[in-house]
Design a binder for this molecule. Sequence first.
Ligand code: NA7
Length: 535
Amino acid sequence: MPKTLDALIIGAGFSGLYQLHALRDRLGLKVEVLEAAEGVGGTWYWNRYPGARCDSESHSYCYAFSAELIREWEFSERYPEQPEIMRYLNHVADRFDLKRDIRFNTRVTGARYDAEENLWHVTTEAGETVSATWLITAVGCLSTTNTPDMPGLASFKGRTVHTGEWPHEGLEFLRGQRVGQIGTGSTGIQAAPVIAEHAAHLTVFQRTPNYSVPARNAPLSEEFRRHVRENFDEIREVMHSNTNGHAFRITERSVFDVSEAEREAIYEAAWEKGGLQFRANFSDILTDLKANQTAAEFVKRKIREIVKDPATAALLSDIDHPYAAKRPPIDSFYFETFNRPNVSLVDVRSNPIESITPDGLRLRDGTEHKLDIIVFATGFDAMTGPLLRLNIEGRDGIALRDAWAAGPRSYLGLQVAGFPNLFTVTGPGSPSVLCNMPVAIEQHVEWITDCIAHLRANGIARIEPAPEAVEDWVGQVNAAADETLLPQASSSWYLGANVPGKPRVFMPYAGGMARYRGICEDVAARGYAGFALSP
Ligand code: NA7
């Protein structure tokens, strides 16, 4: 007899942990989490690559729902490193006694909605079935790795590793090796400086050059920690009321409200301060191309100042998308790394990788690079990948993969028409990836929890978005993107452009977290407007 639960959650990262706590401990539901890994952490469990660190500042990269949790946990650095985030999430899981309801080493391979029983039947790799009324995916947005299908890959005699599936053995295997790194997104930019410290030689294969601003990571002073402890309510208020969920506000002034000299001084100070705040000094950086160019030119100039070899500097700064139109990385000595004698940069935009060979890789012009290890920092099948690989089947046997063949369509990023009682935390159409993630996650989890409480209290067995509401939301997601420069980065994962064959649809809601929160609250206040509710 398959097990039947009130709610089943897939994934035990930031989202799944809080969703379990909220449904089990606040609503008293019978809930279980299925998790493929052998521990909690989700994306952070897998992403153990060299230099893996969060780009959100640690005092904002945490749950804000529990005053006790805030009081008892302190991160040690401005940006938390992967092992410290893992310690934090394990602390949360232990503190709220979550692990007893998480089944580890359990990969979901299918989920099917049965209309007659009004149940989701979820199957696992081991062939087990678990059934539940409410199915909540908490599978993250950047958890399905994308390894390009390069000819000859299987023939490589050395070792290949994707940053998002980094082995648990650490970094020692890089020692003294000739390492090739493919990819210069946020991950590659974090990884290269640390790989270079271990490898005999690091060759970075760059297709699209990228802007990056120094993170200026450092240990947190006792004074700053006290400030956070004593002022967390105000910090949370900032995080909840701005567009990006970070603990800083975007200054309400145009790039052109100040003189050129003032602007230069502002950029210079922001560069020295470091971090994602770099784009927060003006309100029009992401909406006005001319304004954006001032920031872009500033960063390009910095790259050329830092990198000593003029040809390498030219390649690194030959960036043609607007600043921050691709997810803007922050780094710890990325550009400086190219001044090391054991690091070289190879442009694979003009001269693409043609094949992997037994001894390394070959470019189109015939140049061979001999390598012992290839690191794929090639990103993820973002947002839709983690959901599609669950093989979800909704009402009338419709597969999510077919429903989204032309790109994802959701209502609020939280539900999909034809898939009753399925909630997608941080799904496509939500603002999560453009936001400090835990802020978006808390909002989604709390909204879903309140929704399920409302349904139960009112004897409603089924919730599903109306097709018109989905149509309208897709329109709002497109309109919000079009108000920004974000769609102009043609190779961005926001557009699915990094995965060959993936539909080019701008996936996240770019209207800002605060606006989104208001919309979700309004929908709930109007009795879940746009959703079909049935008893
Ligand atoms: P990204 O940002 O998608 O970056 C992937 C990088 O890999 C990017 O530079 C790609 O170049 C490059 N890439 C992908 N496929 C290839 C092939 N076939 N040949 C050469 N280069 C390739 O992933 P990240 O892991 O860095 O970051 C993902 C998010 O994680 C990040 O934005 C944060 O939100 C956290 P391209 O730009 O496609 O030309």
